[in-house]
Design a protein around this ligand. Sequence first.
Ligand SMILES: [Zn+2]
Length: 529
Amino acid sequence: MIFLPFFTLACTPLLAQETQEPESQKTVAEAAVEVTFESMIESITVDDLQSHVDFLAGPETRGRGTLTPGFDKAAEYVEAQLRSYGLEPMGPEGSYRLPIELQCAVASSKAFFKVTDSRGKDRDLILGVDFMPIPGSPGTAITGDSVFVGFAIDARKEKWQDLPRKSVSGKVVFAFTREPYADNAKSKRFDGLAATDYSSLQTKAREVKSAGGIALVLVPDPGLFADEAGPIPNLTPMPLWPGFSSKRLGAIGGTAVPVLSVSRKVASEIFATDLDKYYLTILKKKKAKLIKAKGKSEVSFQAAFADASVPAYNLAARIKGSDGDGEVVVVGAHLDHVGFNHLTDKGKMRVHPGADDNASGSAALLEVAQAMAGGTPKKDILFLWFCGEENGLLGSRAYCAKPVYPHDKTVVMLNMDQIARTDPKEMNIGGLWELKSFGKLIKKLSKRISSPLKLDLDSGRELYSRSDQYSFFSKKVPGIFFFEGNINDNPVYHKPGDVAETIHTDKVMWVARLFAATAWSVAWEGQRP
Ligand SMILES: [Zn+2]
């Protein structure tokens, strides 16, 4: 579910208004036995759900930020499952990917980074390969001598101060991301594994400024970014909220001085020092050592951003119905999460796994797809895994602007988002306030499947506009929101602590089963909201 940043009121009045192989494969060939209501319900299991969530919220996907390699990894996983279930792909050329375009902030061609060595020889760094401006950075052009300081931290009480005024004043300050001992659980300094505010790139930029530095260049630290050959990954393209523009990035992640990132390789060359070794040395000695570039080397650069339309995709699969009336039941979940979330996490570079939000709903939708695969409903069933939900329901908005089925043929949209936390014995379904008889039907279905979960059909109005059913509701399609309940009882909402090990997998199973039963009642039994 989307977090509403402060600028939402101004720019989205609509919202403010309110690849591994699967363990249990069931191919079409094997599914000779017709799917029944009971077989469908029973085949949705805790073990399958947990293994889907383990992958989707695992280390490979790095928080599934939209338009990042980690999101693609998650998508490939979903696609492999769908293929093994034998579901019909709805994208072009047998693909499950439905192409869409997203408005994004991208580094503009005006962004540059130049290194001048002591003999006056210039070298232009390559955008995206060697360097990347950081969204939120001022666009001031900078020229100056450089110094490498460690982490750009002035923390007397943590016994780490690497910004002496006499060394950094008037200089471009290079430093690693995060903070010392960030991966050392035993360390008492810097709060062990928890990232302190010293990790924040905004804090670093402020400290650099107050020590007289003119700019900050961040180098991916070898602890978090061991295999990263380029600058900090996943910074751009950055999907923009509807109506938002790259010109306003400073309003959400503004920094006191210009901030860019360069690769460790480039920084190692500028300072003629192996920075992987240097990192280990300063952590061992528990003290940063300033390094100045060999000879005299000057850097000049500028951060610059532009708006651009960037190709992205939702995932779509179908089970074809038998009655041929062109009507469809849309079932969905958003696959994306916030990734590193560098703007709203103040650039602390923490991965947000998003096990509950929304690996849980994505995994549940996979289980529903597997449970229904090979069955013959009356109406078509369209499965959608959205991107860009966390950036302002972008994937579902894009689908609704160019739907596969006309909206007046879409009987209902059922959505699952965050179904794995809060009270393990309760769940909430939003969107039934004006659909009383459909609410009664869902209550009956809950009894029919012997679900132990207490159903709350009254709460959640204030959350209804914050997930993908709202995009459909805006097009007059009834949108039903399967949700975990009181979000104030979820302490890890949009936090790095939303990990796979601590979800209520039983709860996910019962929500998924009730969701499947609801879809069944419409697609097989002709019920309507
Ligand atoms: Zn969310």
